[in-house]
Ligand binder design. Sequence first.
Ligand code: ADP
Ligand code: MG
Length: 340
Amino acid sequence: MWRTLPHILISVLLGQVALFVGCAGIPMQSEPVAVKRVQMQMGTLVSITAVAGNEAVAHAAATAGFAEIHRLEELMSTWIPTSELSRVNTSAGVMPVYVSPETLTVVQRAIQVAEMTDGGFNIAIGPAVEAWNVIEGRRIPTESELEALRPLVDLMSVHVDVRKQTIFLEKAGMRIDVGGIGKGYAADQAVEALQRAGAIAGVVALSGDIKTFGRLPDGKLFPVGIQHPRKDGSVLAWIDLQDEAISTAGDYERFFERDGIRYHHILDPRTLQPARSCQSVTVVAREGIWADGLDTGIFVMGVELGMQLVEALPDVEAIIVDHEGHVHVSSGLRDRIRKP
Ligand code: ADP
Ligand code: MG
């Protein structure tokens, strides 16, 4: 998890934020100022915009946001052998591992999202993600190879003990992968770090997982462009956000094509093949952890069941581009999106 290519959308988004921030001009002494900084973290481009009473506070807030994301990466990246989740994975079938409250929270929420999405979201997918290794491997695992992994992709064998603060994977060879939910959580936590450091508004964007709070110095909401899944670099729709998170799962970021078939990084836990029912799913929610978990889970569920779920959940909205390219917008978003 967390080895993604820079998200094209972000350059569009950053351009837009920069534009708005730029429009604020040279701030008067009493007016809030915005600073925007970009770093590579969690294998992707992370952009933080912090608005504060003065530039020093805004910079300190951005620094605190990056530090928080770094801290979470050290806890949960499966690319770091000493991370808590790596230790949970290497202890599969052997023993429970004591973890931080943060790791416990992400795994608990992931299990909740799995229940909500009827198993479409499943963090026990790790062995299948490795077999596909979509970024570097570009190979198609055989049916029998995937069949052998099937017993390991079993969320019932992920045991979370809240009292002892441990996670235990029951079967040797199991691996949990929070790549489908962790960046949304990191955006939430980074926003809290920005606020603790004195920011009055801001945006934290880890590629397509974005959390906003407050407004820009000129009073405008933060505009976010949603990437078109088939037109590289163009925006499907714009939406203004305030105190909300937005997250997109798409089949266009990490994929390869063979004989006209697109193989990408979101797997259907039932078939262990790339999920086929959508091109992209964008979820708007109060918190990034829900937006990120749900975008991946709904991608697997497909447009019909996915939209039913979204309409039933308070404070959750979605834009789903189905496998034929038709765009479906949930009822609460129809009046909020702008065509480019
Ligand atoms: P990204 O923003 O990195 O593209 P997504 O939210 O789209 O992330 O999630 C994709 C990642 O989630 C994959 O790279 C993999 O690590 C993991 N994943 C793939 N399929 C599933 C699934 N069905 N349930 C949970 N996680 C998944
Ligand atoms: Mg996701």
